[in-house]
Design a protein around this ligand. Structure first.
Ligand code: C5P
Length: 229
């Protein structure tokens, strides 16, 4: 396991803000997450800025489409040299398998991760979609599909990490958002877990945004988190 377990969610929308932020993120302990807001705002320039700063990139675009389109988007991400990217497990086995298989022909192969159930989804919201399982069972079910399709891991809540680690052993990479050090505000996250507890639960990578990016001193915030770990 590398020391770079912290994935900083770079939820900004301009190249200027991004450059200011990455200058304060040490690549010895951190990687970078580029999400839909940043990528839709400035495109692949965001990847280039992170790479220039020596940061590995998790391109968090949560692809969900027909297998051919999804796989080609994943291949495009691979060709930008990203370290990790992701697809929605609810796109189905064929979509996940096509996305994994297309990477076999690439010289650079990013980690391919599945998104199970978004943590913003409620039990009622899931039922509304026609899913009769409860959220936990649906997460387990989708993680199983991702595992069988050959994906490298899943995004899940750190509260689910222990259960998934027990079910799938070390064969699955667990990426967990909703992380809050004890000294940070919860913001709009509800099911929060501290960095230390998340690692104890079996999480491999901690996605942390505002406790770092909204801090007046991002570098100090990172140092405190590293110390806690
Ligand atoms: O600022 P904060 O630490 O809450 O940021 C968490 C990041 O993780 C955000 O980029 C958010 O979109 C992402 N995320 C999440 N919950 C998920 C999946 C992704 O908070 N289930």
């Amino acid at each position: 396991m590398s020391d770079q377990r912290i994935i900083v969610a770079l939820d900004v929308s301009t190249a200027t803000e991004l450059r200011e932020l990455v200058a304060q993120i040490p690549n010895t302990h951190c990687r970078a997450k580029i999400g839909k807001e940043l990528f839709t705002s400035i495109g692949p320039l965001a990847i280039e800025i992170c790479h220039q700063a020596g940061l590995d990139v998790f391109l968090d675009l949560k692809f969900h489409d027909i297998p051919n389109t999804c796989a080609k988007a994943v291949r495009a991400a691979a060709r930008w040299g990203v370290w990790m990217t992701n697809v929605h497990c609810s796109g189905g086995t064929d979509m996940m398998r096509a996305s994994r298989e297309i990477l076999e022909g690439e010289s650079h192969r990013p980690l391919l991760i599945g998104v199970t159930v978004l943590t913003s989804m409620s039990a009622v919201g899931l039922q509304e979609l026609g899913v009769t399982r409860d959220i936990e069972s649906q997460v387990d079910h989708l993680a199983g599909l991702a595992h069988n399709a050959g994906l490298d891991g899943v995004v899940c809540s750190a509260q689910e990490a222990q259960r998934l680690r027990n079910s799938f052993g070390n064969d699955i990479c667990l990426v967990t958002p909703g992380i809050r050090p004890s000294w940070a505000a919860a913001d709009d996250q509800t099911r929060i877990v501290t960095p230390k507890d998340a690692i104890a639960n079996g999480s491999d990578y901690l996605v942390i945004g505002r406790p770092i990016t909204a801090s007046d001193h991002p570098e100090e915030a990172i140092a405190r988190i590293v110390q806690e770990l």
